[in-house]
Design a protein around this ligand. Structure first.
Ligand code: 6PG
Length: 254
């Protein structure tokens, strides 16, 4: 593993397996620390395919005992507007790879209702967050212990796609946002709440992401930042965990 240092902590792993293992270990460690400190771990899960093997590893026989799952609260950074049993559902992916294996109390699983009308689902999720963290409507955003994120080859993260509304949202924590060049909306957390987290970790793998990842991490001046570049925790730790294929165009990674 090579450490590339500032501006965020960037760790490059030889292969998918090493990346998955390190990501799972890091999540288990953060959970342990948060549970020891506050009695619970508030974890925002990423959608997409990249984290699935990481979830599966956490649920594996070797690792499941590392985390006190009854004290973990699961949230989602975004959801496709489909029912929870749909093959596209981020909730379903996490249920199949992680939740069914570690069996947390149902009350700890806080999914976005992708089956509802998008604006309504976004408003309901924001309301759920206010209630869970017991904060009023004028309060600053709550501090999740960990937000896990992925990156698309187009520089999107969560469901914050280039050129869509809400990238510069300053107030709402959860919105309905169009998905890229389709008119179909997804429900997504905004940078307002993601950037309040104590830890934000990107997991990125595969050569299709290499070019964009190097542009993003070089932070080169550009008219409009890529959506991933809007993720800058105010007072939290930003980490990039990437495999060698995704890191192929990063300086110092070879
Ligand atoms: C989603 C996401 C999205 C994802 C990236 C990367 O719901 O799809 O939250 O932001 O993380 O598109 O997706 P892959 O991991 O499938 O490459």
């Amino acid at each position: 593993m090579a450490s590339l240092g500032a501006p965020a902590a960037v760790s490059v792993f030889r292969g998918r397996d090493d990346l998955d293992e390190a990501a799972a270990e890091q999540i288990a460690d953060l959970a342990g620390t948060a549970i020891e400190r506050s009695g619970r771990f508030t974890w925002v899960l990423s959608g997409g395919s990249t984290p699935r093997p990481v979830y599966a590893r956490l649920a594996s026989e070797q690792m499941a005992g590392r985390v006190e799952w009854s004290r973990v609260h699961f949230f989602w950074v975004d959801e496709r507007c489909v029912p929870p049993e749909d093959a596209e559902s981020n909730y379903r992916a996490a249920r199949e790879t992680l939740l069914d294996g570690v069996n947390p109390p149902a009350a700890n699983v806080h999914r976005i209702r992708g089956e509802d009308q998008p604006e309504q689902a976004a408003a309901a999720y924001e309301q759920l967050l206010h209630e869970f963290f017991q904060v009023g409507w004028d309060a600053p955003p709550p501090r999740f212990d960990l937000v896990l994120l992925g990156m698309g080859a187009d520089g999107h993260t969560a469901s914050l796609f280039p050129g869509t509304p809400h990238l510069l949202e300053t107030r709402r924590w959860v919105v309905a946002n169009p998905a890229g060049d389709t008119i179909r909306s997804r429900v997504t957390m905004t940078p307002v709440i993601i950037n309040a987290a104590a830890n934000v970790t990107f997991i990125v793998a595969g050569s299709s992401k290499a070019a964009r990842l190097s542009e993003v991490l070089r932070g080169e001046p550009r008219g409009t930042p890529w959506p991933v570049q809007l993720i800058k925790p105010v007072d939290g730790q930003l980490r990039w965990m990437v495999d060698a294929d995704a890191a192929a165009k990063l300086e110092g990674a070879r």
